[in-house]
Write a protein that binds this ligand. Structure first.
Ligand code: NAD
Ligand code: IPM
Ligand code: MN
Length: 365
């Protein structure tokens, strides 16, 4: 029996609801695949603020560092939105990503055939979409200095952020993206704003220079405004997308909607060494928190990515992904992916259906 330590960060809003489903699924798959998981829960976000006064207590970072992988649900909520920046839930999440040096965020947007009609776009536009967004996660305008709200000589307030990338930062995310594209369809599209921003000019120059090391990958470039439009116009033109922190945040939410619901999209964040972080692309959904209405599948699929890329347990990951597909095949839906007139299950019932499916499915199919 192989043994792994997994840090669990349920966070806020729907976080604890979807985390409970993912943990039950992991426990079950562990038994089926002869893996033993030692779970360690830790505080982050608003939950951590309420209990300790800070969004990322040092013990949480320590627990994560001592784990083989980290599973996070989501953070944030209205009640903490007025706090000073240093005490906000989002600052805790950014601190965790920076603290674990998770510079590469992989956000797959693959449309499952069973969900084609859940997308707000036409069937022929979304059918067969399979995109990987490689988002730089520890640099760019999220972290650049100077930042802050300053008072000018005339007494006016001025909000400042700085979008900056060093050549090294661009090269390391670029290499991850080229490697990723190479494992997929071999097409990489780099997204920037090089027609206006110097930081993007350097981005484009460095990515272009890297291309000679990957002759088997076809590289193209798009400006971010056009990329957003192209994603909605004809998403099948994309295979792998590489972009900076802010553009990647925005484009990955847009790509999520191609697949029918943001409640379906997992993500994996990795660095050069140390544990990876696995979390849904969506947030804490405060509008539906506590109502048992959340779709737990992005969280469950994040657990599958954790098994595959964090622990190298692809057989266990396959089991989860197959169970999700077959549930959808059988018509199980939460409200966000249900068609008009289709019955919608709550978060807990969806989890139970998934466990039932895992229990009856054959190991291979
Ligand atoms: P959100 O992703 O939380 O919600 C956007 C919309 O999608 C809402 O209508 C919500 O109900 C719906 N939704 C999201 N996940 C769903 C799921 N699993 N099932 C069904 N519906 C789902 O984004 P937001 O409303 O802009 O942000 C809410 C809070 O979450 C904010 O505090 C924000 O900072 C935070 N946030 C956190 C993360 C994260 O933890 N990684 C990501 C995004 C936003
Ligand atoms: C995400 C979220 C976060 C981000 C926020 C909550 C800090 O939107 O994970 O996509 O902007 O990276
Ligand atoms: Mn986001």
């Amino acid at each position: 029996t192989e043994q792994f330590r997994i840090a669990l960060l349920p966070g806020d809003g729907i976080g604890p609801e979807i985390m409970a489903v993912a943990v039950a699924v992991l426990e079950q798959v562990g038994q089926l695949c002869d893996l033993k998981f030692e779970f360690r829960a830790a505080l982050i976000g608003g939950a951590a603020i309420d209990q300790t006064g800070q969004p990322l207590p040092p013990e949480t970072l320590e627990t994560c560092r001592q784990s083989d992988a980290v599973l996070l649900a989501a953070i944030g909520g209205y009640q903490w939105d007025a706090l000073p920046r240093q005490q906000r839930p989002e600052t805790g999440l950014l601190g965790l990503r920076a603290g674990l040096e998770l510079f590469a965020n992989l956000r797959p947007a693959r449309i499952l055939p069973q969900l084609v009609d859940a997308s707000s776009l036409k069937r022929e536009v979304v059918e067969g979409v399979d995109i990987m967004v490689v988002r730089e996660l520890t640099g760019g305008i999220y972290f650049g200095q100077p930042k802050g709200i300053f008072t000018t000589e005339t007494g006016q307030q001025r909000g400042v952020n700085t979008m900056a990338y060093s050549a090294d930062e661009i090269d390391r995310i670029g290499r991850v993206a080229f490697e990723t594209a190479r494992q997929r369809q071999g097409r990489l599209c780099s997204v920037d704003k090089a027609n206006v921003l110097e930081v993007s000019q350097l981005w484009r120059d460095r990515i272009t220079a890297l291309a000679s090391d990957y002759p088997d990958v076809e590289l193209s470039h798009l400006y971010v405004d056009n990329a957003a439009m192209q994603l909605l116009r004809w998403p099948k033109q994309f295979d792998t997308i590489v972009t900076g922190n802010l553009f990647g945040d925005i484009l990955s939410d847009a790509a999520a909607m191609l697949t029918g619901s943001i409640g379906m999209l997992p993500s994996a964040s990795v660095g050069a060494s140390g544990p990876g972080l696995f979390e849904p692309v969506h947030g804490s959904a405060p509008d539906i928190a506590g109502q048992d209405r959340a779709n737990p599948l992005a969280q469950v699929l994040s657990a599958a990515l954790l098994l595959r890329y964090g622990l190298q347990q692809s057989a266990a990951a396959d089991r989860i992904e197959r169970a999700v597909s077959s549930l959808l095949e059988q018509g199980y839906r939460t409200a966000d992916i249900a068609a008009a007139g289709q019955t919608a299950l709550g978060c807990r019932a969806m989890g139970e259906a998934l466990q039932q499916q895992l229990a009856t499915a054959l190991p291979q199919s």
